[in-house]
Design a protein around this ligand. Sequence first.
Ligand code: ADP
Ligand code: MG
Length: 598
Amino acid sequence: MDLLAFATSLITLGLIYGLLAVGLNVQFGFAGVLNFGYVAFFAVGAFTSALATLPPPGSPAYVEAGAQYALGLDLPWLAGFALAGLAGGLLALVIGLTSVRLRTHYLAVASFAMAEVVRYALSNETWLTRGEFGISGIPQPGHGTYVPTELYAYAYLVGCVAIVGGLVWAVRQASELPFGRLLRAIRDDELAARTLGKRTARTKLQALMIGGALGGLAGSLWTHSLGVVHVGQFVPIVTFQIWLAMLLGGTGNHLGVLIGAFLLIVIREGTRFLDAVPGLSAVAESNPSFVPSLRFVLIGLLLMVVVRFFPHGVRPDRPRTAPAFTGDLPAVAAAQAAQDAVEGPILSVRAVTKRFGGLAAVDGASLDVARGRITGLIGPNGAGKSTLLDLVSGVQRPDAGTVYLNRRPIAALPPEATAQAGLARTFQNPRLFGHLTVWENLMVAGADARSESLATTWLRVAGRRALEHEIAGRAEAVLAFLALSGLRDEPAAHLSGGQRKLLDLGRQMIRRPSLMLLDEPAAGVNRTLANRIFEHIGELNRQGTSFLIVEHEMDLVMRWCDRVIVMHQGGVLAQGTPAEVQRDPAVIEAYLGGGRAA
Ligand code: ADP
Ligand code: MG
């Protein structure tokens, strides 16, 4: 084989593996889905495209090809290509729907098993796939009609460059726009994303399907370049090669991953000729398994070198820099019109109970949170305060009792629904999106389902910019309000404890909720910052936001809270003004008997 032809086939293969690696990267690098069965999409796409484009059995072309198979739809290649993508996407949908409830490690096992099931099915359904024999004579688009045979490989390469380039561009769009930002946020902390009102299951499913479709499309490109397809091409090792390509390039970075695929292919195909190396050829002759083993050793060595010198790949994913914002800054907290339409307490908790085994963490607690006020929630450690916030925000479901937000029952709702109903909650330990910058954390929180939709991402270019600009304005206002502007491009994982608390608050603020539940917003931060946090809370409260705040420090509670509720052993022990509560003998008794004030 001459060098030019070899290089052409190498680059074509590199592009196809690049597409596979980008598809896996969408699933793992962006959505955090651990898929160890990725080869199944490749296989399903290859067979779908082959069967869609082959001539019907018995036709002259069929006889001429010397082929034997049961199905041939004789569709144009483009239809086969589209069907391959559809098949990959549908397989991903099936996997996603049957395994959304599985956690990461189980999903890894389940996806591996699924790929084996697909492979056995393709291998056993010989009437359709001819099993181990495979199908040959798969039409090559334009071969002999538009492009002469001697130029075909080059033309196919040009086609692959255009198609893979276009697809990777579209996927990159989705990855860098709000849809992809949300995916990366979900990968970092799915529960936190849900408490920001995100429908994470649906978004992950979409990413899984995009990744599956890309695998299917790659299968089509591959099978038509070879003209043959058989099940032996889709063994589990292929999945691991795609993983290797992704890791080599840089998980989370599509261009890096493309480079990784080329590296993999150059090593994998280049080492096929090891037996031609003088000195090795003699060994290869006496021991036929020598060269294949040596290839695996070389690929393994490559992986070790990369892990040692490029732990995040040759082109690692880097924190995104926020674009400069120009325009007027909006108010930080907009007055809540809906909130004024309803009278009475903004939140009512009625006889709510939550048991963990034999322990009732919350035990028949009832309380009201006044509209437009700051309510403090205090009580000794283990009194059930954090659990109560979980029950109100939908992070956990109560065993008994009801919760009303603006008179609407919300106790059965998941966290994304309570968030959409106007509730915000922070956690005792802030749950930030660690790999996202401060600015991105705010942008994810501020974006709504419309700007994160795939339709907006790919179709509504003008609308998309306007939406992003509106959210960026709010992010800018929050950054200025919390004096975090200097940290905008810092990954959240790098922040200090106090900065984390501020960002956590900011992330809920940008959503303009009507009620904020804060779990120890000033714990573990210095005095000055604690005061500043409460000044921010006071300012937001003046702008119309109601608060329920779990707080340790009695002097902060005394100064900032309009009312205080005291919990003890899962129940409400007392409530009233800060002064009344502080004088209450039962409260004093609970604190003295129950350890330090918490
Ligand atoms: P507080 O926030 O008032 O300190 P928590 O609500 O965190 O109290 O906890 C109340 C009680 O419930 C504690 O005894 C705690 O150990 C227990 N608890 C909280 N969450 C869980 C859980 N997921 N599983 C088992 N026990 C829990
Ligand atoms: Mg707590």
